[in-house]
Design a protein. Sequence first.
Length: 119
Amino acid sequence: MKQGIEDHRKDREKSDVEESISRIYPFITRVFKVYEIQKSGEVLYFFGTPKIDAENVMGELWSPLEQKGLGVTLKYELGEHILIVAPVKKIKEKNLGKLCTFHSNSVYNHDLRGLDVWG
């Protein structure tokens, strides 16, 4: 029974990965010739060769992948180009507001401490 559940879970994960790849593969193959794909957790690694200048690959892929909630990085390691595609974790507006408030308070308090020294 356990083995059947485990097999079903693996099949579902494989299906999810294949779906993720099929959604972004057309964008990637426009600018990158892929010869191998690997997955680690939520991260996909596309090994291949850029079809355009490596500097332009990121610019071409950023917008379509960002619309799907994904970020992309191009690396060159050990003689291979690797496109790394991973989900982007968005900062909640509430947290961003807290960060801005913290930063402005820190700057304000720092300025006041400076006045105490001179005052």
